[in-house]
Ligand binder design. Structure first.
Ligand code: CTP
Length: 243
């Protein structure tokens, strides 16, 4: 009998601010270079020093990254630059074999490569960066105001598909949950949270959940946080005023 092969453990670090499908795609590719993916989340303080204030703080970034399908472990408060010392810690304490980043240059404020030590040690691997999406773009789009979706339906589909709790996505689902939808997709229970972006249906507009409520298949769960697209936009605007 062959001895069990050691699992290849790979490490990817980053800010993962306002987690988007570009981040998810980087994590997916990183995971495919090994058996287990460990993600290092850069601390809020180090993001402020290197890039400016993050819109989503550590606790929120952690929830998003941990919910991503391809992530096995998360290390919080990882350093922005991989020092020789931190690299050795990754090898010995975390059993990491390779350190991975997208193929975009990752420079420190002094212009040097944040992964120089890793490259020198021959433990650096690269994945392809996803074109056309970045946190900076999201910040720019958010300025247009709350009535336009920041991401289109395909981008939003990729976002929810990267969530480990999601099995299938109906692209372009109707605003109202219809009887036809419930029967066609064989849905046993329709679930909604207590926090939602628009609650305008209480003022006489259409309640999208009338059908499942009448059928006795609607369950309301307490939303764990009150974050919505509007609160994200408010934070972006406040950040701009402050910096
Ligand atoms: N990444 C990617 N494609 C993107 C955005 C990010 O592959 N469109 C990758 C980065 O190369 C990195 C990881 O995701 O390996 C985490 O990126 P992060 O530190 O959050 O920073 P940015 O690259 O600046 O991402 P953004 O521009 O969206 O803030």
């Amino acid at each position: 009998k062959k001895p069990a092969k050691k699992k290849v453990r790979v490490y990817m670090d980053g800010c993962f601010d306002m987690m988007h499908y570009g981040h998810a795609n980087a994590l997916r590719q990183a995971r495919s270079l090994g058996d287990e993916l460990v993600v290092g989340l850069v601390s809020d303080e180090e993001i402020i020093l290197n890039k400016g204030p993050p819109v989503t703080k550590m606790d929120e970034r952690k929830v998003m990254v941990e919910a991503t399908k391809w992530v096995d472990e998360v290390i919080v408060d990882a350093p922005y630059a991989i020092t020789e010392e931190f690299m050795q810690k990754l090898f010995t304490e975390y059993g990491i074999d390779y350190i991975i980043h997208g193929d975009d240059p990752c420079l420190l404020p002094d212009g040097t490569d944040a992964y120089a030590a890793v490259r020198k040690a021959g433990r650096f691997k690269q994945v392809k960066r996803t074109e056309g999406v970045s946190s900076t773009d999201i910040v720019g789009t958010a300025h247009r105001g709350p009535h336009h979706p920041i991401m289109n339906v395909h981008e939003r589909s990729l976002s929810v598909l990267s969530c480990r709790y999601v099995d299938e996505v109906i692209i372009g689902a109707p605003w109202e949950v219809t009887k036809d939808l419930i029967t066609t997709f064989n849905i046993s229970l329709v679930v909604r949270g207590t926090v939602a972006e628009t609650c305008s249906f209480v003022n006489g507009e259409i309640d999208p959940y009338t059908v499942p409520r009448d059928m006795g298949v609607l369950e309301v769960i307490e939303s764990p946080r009150d974050i919505t697209t509007s609160t994200i936009i408010k934070r972006i605007v406040l950040n701009h005023e402050a910096y």
